[in-house]
Design a protein around this ligand. Structure first.
Ligand code: KDG
Ligand code: MG
Length: 403
């Protein structure tokens, strides 16, 4: 079998998605998600100019060799653009391999390890009362785990809060929006938010929170400690993780479980965090961490240290990523949880899929491959629109801060 063509499809059914489609001489095709929020066309160019010419004529079944060829063969290793491009190829090739076998993808990974995938929802409100209502609404929907984020008194725009009652979508354009930030205000507000949420929701629902890289290690230690009475499932991205050592300081101060990794792209980004047991959940997912092939390397390392997976599942990865991630989650022995920030109906209509959501659980389908396709005619009706993630500035003096 040979790869005869590969094409990149860019569409914007409410937000931008980049999809790679690989075709073979035997008529089988596979697709992979190549969406890198706010930097979409850099991956398109990487694929079209540098990757696709190297794929033509290769045997699509040699997934590992193609992965190594694209990773080691480029000389320039790692980085979000490279690894997202490799991930798209890898996902499409696993899709093809599973279709050749006539099996759902999870069967090729080692088979089913669980009946369904526990997912967590996003509950957000402009203030504590609204967030509590949203948490209760998601509990009603059957979610066993819910992430709570709320507006902060005195701040205009805050990560995770839509403010207009619509679905939260941080990417807007044509230039980056500006948010303001005050760690003091955030730290004053957040323990009270979780006290109210825990009181309302009861002891059984798992609660999560995303600090979105804004705290210093010692501030993160303080927050983790103050949240301990409310028994969080995890505190996510408490501090930027370029310096993996930083997590030692947080660990010394709190038993609140920590989750990191949605912006990591290889195992090297989390090697020390995992080996030194500085985190509890690793958030890498298929699209940004080199596909199924490399995600498996990360999960296997994590399994040695009782670190569990918590795949990133925001809407800026397409339903193709979700499909592939659910097959991975169905197999991976050290599964923790899967993020589920539901796509809109418009987004889902462009990507016919067989995965489903039912009462807080996600289920991959049983059709051969990863079970997600792209309706190219419909996709063509939604042309690309440039959109940026916002930037963040300290409220009191405008210093640029992590968003
Ligand atoms: O593109 C950025 C989003 O993926 C990110 O802000 C979402 O932090 C996020 C999360 O936990 O889903
Ligand atoms: Mg996050």
């Amino acid at each position: 079998m040979k790869i005869t063509a590969a094409r990149v499809i860019v569409c914007c059914p409410g937000r931008n998605f980049v999809t790679l489609k690989i075709e073979t001489d035997e008529g089988l095709t596979g697709i992979g998600d190549a969406t890198l929020n706010g930097r979409e066309l850099s991956v398109v160019s990487y694929l079209e100019e540098h990757v696709i010419p190297c794929l033509i004529g290769r045997d699509p079944q040699q997934i590992e060799d193609i992965w190594q060829y694209l990773y080691k063969g480029a000389y320039w290793r790692r980085g979000p653009v490279t690894m997202t491009a490799i991930a798209a190829v890898d996902t499409a090739l696993w899709d093809i391999k599973a279709k050749i076998a006539g099996q759902p993808l999870y069967q090729l990974l080692g088979g089913r390890s669980r009946t369904g995938i526990m997912s967590y929802a996003h509950a957000t409100g402009r203030d504590t009362a609204e967030t509590v209502d949203e948490v209760l609404r998601h509990k009603e929907m059957g979610y066993l785990a819910i992430r709570a984020q709320s507006g902060i008194p005195g701040l205009n725009k805050v990560y995770g809060v839509s403010g207009n009652g619509r679905m939260y979508e941080p990417a807007d354009g044509p230039l980056p929006g500006e948010h303001d930030w005050s760690t003091e205000k955030y730290l004053r507000h957040t323990p009270g938010l979780f006290q109210a949420v825990r009181e309302a929701v009861g002891p059984d629902t798992h609660l999560l929170h995303d600090a979105h890289h804004r705290l210093t290690p010692i501030e993160a230690g303080r927050l983790g400690k103050e949240l301990e009475p409310f028994h969080l499932f995890w505190l996510e991205d408490p501090t930027p993780a370029e310096n993996q050592e930083a997590f030692k300081l947080i660990r010394h101060h709190t038993t609140t479980p920590l989750a990191v990794g949605e912006i990591f792209n290889t195992v090297w980004d989390c090697k020390d965090l995992i080996e030194q047991q500085l985190i509890d959940y690793i958030r890498t997912t298929v699209t940004h961490a080199g596909g199924i092939t490399h995600l498996r390397v990360i999960a296997n390392l994590a399994s040695l240290y009782q670190v569990r997976t918590g795949c990133h599942g925001a809407t800026d990865m397409s339903p193709v990523c979700m499909g592939a991630a659910l097959h991975f989650d169905t197999w991976v022995p050290n599964f923790g949880i899967q993020e589920h920030m539901a796509h809109s109906e418009e987004m889902l209509s462009v990507f016919p899929h067989d995965w489903r959501f039912e009462k807080g659980m996600l289920y991959c389908g049983e059709s051969p491959g990863h079970g997600v396709d792209i309706d190219e005619k419909l996709a063509a009706k939604y042309p690309y629109q440039r959109a940026y993630l916002p930037v963040n500035r300290l409220q009191h003096d405008g210093t640029l801060w992590s968003w």
